[in-house]
Design a protein around this ligand. Structure first.
Ligand code: OFO
Length: 168
């Protein structure tokens, strides 16, 4: 059984994962209308992953006797100045999510909820991967700058990331 504190904290994380999914969906749509198929496929896939992160939490909360809530979300930005700006936003977003997961883990220890603590280890590991991936992409785009030919190759590279990504 979840304590009220843990249930509330997990529901906040459900909202964060849902908003991550929305943020990446908006990035996918923007990249798609710019004609960048690789980047948009990557963002669509990432948006689906975030929804899966959210669903995993929903199931866990309900299985443990809590009530998973679906919240209203703020609309994410619809436009991004450049791909560099977009991937910087993605990276900053993942750093924020990691810190929220860390806060959650901290709460489970304070509440002595070791089952939830154990469940959250999956998210801890996932965040390491998500941050590393975002950093790799950001490093690449920083090298390219605004070079059109470079961006074309970058788009192809990112497309490969989608096909090679481990299903989670
Ligand atoms: Fe759910 O991992 Fe990104 O935000």
């Amino acid at each position: 059984m979840l304590t009220e504190t843990i249930e509330k904290a997990l529901n906040e994380q459900i909202k964060i994962e849902a908003s991550s999914s929305q943020v990446y969906l908006s990035m996918a749509s923007w990249a798609e209308i710019q004609g960048f198929e690789g980047v948009s496929s990557f963002m669509y896939a990432h948006s689906d992953e975030e929804r899966m992160h959210m669903l995993k939490l929903v199931k866990f909360v309900n299985e443990r006797g809590g009530h998973a809530r679906v919240s209203t979300l703020e609309a994410p930005p619809a436009k991004f100045g450049s791909f560099k700006e977009m991937f910087q936003t993605l990276f900053d977003h993942e750093v924020m999510v990691s810190s929220k997961i860390n806060d959650l883990v901290d709460i489970t220890l304070k509440e002595k909820d070791y089952a939830t603590h154990n469940f959250l280890q999956w998210y801890v590991a996932e965040q390491i991967e998500e941050e590393a991936l975002a950093r790799t992409i950001l490093d690449k785009i920083n090298l390219i700058g605004d070079d059109k030919g470079g961006l074309y190759l970058f788009d192809n590279d990112v497309k490969l990331l989608v096909t090679n990504e481990e299903p989670v």
